[in-house]
Write a protein of this length. Sequence first.
Length: 161
Amino acid sequence: MTGKEIYLSETVKGTDKAAYRVADKVMTKLQAQVDQQRAPSTTVSFSYAIDEWLRTADIEPTTRHVYVGYIGRTIRPALGEMPVNKLSARNLETLYGELRRCRVRCDGMPFIEHKVEGEHDCKKAKCKLHECKAMAQSTVMRLGSGAGLVVCHPARAGWKG
């Protein structure tokens, strides 16, 4: 969570085959310990973590307003219900890839973007056929940095799963 490398060590005595087998087991155990320290040990949803981060984040009101908009339109629908401890770089990269293709994350099939809800005349309401528009790379990067801060928040908050 801090970005610092984690180094663990243990000495296994001997040079025979048995010592190498023991060393392999020790290596596996140490790698598991490192992995455990990297991942937040909580089952709270990403949406909850977002709310907690927003509650405590020291950001300007205008930045907060922008973040809340992106979170509501983009992040919560895609990742909000996912437990923080299950969230991976792959989940985030998939979301970022979808946003770079289409900012509303459509499935690529044609559909009408309705301007009003409920029964209406699409011609009068000026509803249009959806055209995919990519989200700006700088916006995707801003979402990524905010999501990274939120993912780190459970570790700083001391939540346990």
